[in-house]
Write a protein that binds this ligand. Sequence first.
Ligand SMILES: [Zn+2]
Length: 224
Amino acid sequence: MERTNTNRQRTLLRKGLKELSRHRPDLAIETLRLAVDAIPPACGEELSSALYWLSIALLRLDRRELAIKSLASAQKLRPRGHARSIYLRSINGYGMLRQPTPALDDFYAFTNIQMATYLLRKPRRRFDSFQERDIVLKLILDAWKTLASGGAFDGMECCEKLDYFRRVRPNFPSFGFDANQRGAKRLAFAFGQTSGDAATQRCACGSGLPAIQCCGRVKSLREL
Ligand SMILES: [Zn+2]
């Protein structure tokens, strides 16, 4: 039985790589996802390899946020592998996909945190209408303008800025759901417990990276 499973994993991985080499990243993604699901966590090297190639396939289709998620998992399993160096080249101080300028890095971190704060309080974790999305986005952008024009976080490190960003609470409308405490625990889960000094210390998972660039990174909304 075990041997059959191992064969299936290898076949999936090989098939995924073949699709990738034939410039069919969409098919490669499908197959490599199956490979990732089939490989048990105990087979770290193999799983890391499948996750790495999955991230390459995702990058080919410019699905960069999901590619970073995959790379982050791959590098945790193999801290000295190739995935680690590509991952570190791709992320910023928030552990997010690096943007063209540091100001944009800050902007995306702030927007992501605020959007997640809002969405995690909703049972289905998504907007129910365009109107709702637009209103929430406008509130976040207004909050950002006020924050950025004040220069309050100039010269801060990313982890200090994160703490600062999290404390900003736009007055979100409730849109018929309980916007109070519902998502507090899920929010802590989604963004780790890392803030302040803990964010700059080595991550508890043993990857050797600062927590803010590993398990405590700011995740994209697609990962919610
Ligand atoms: Zn970690």
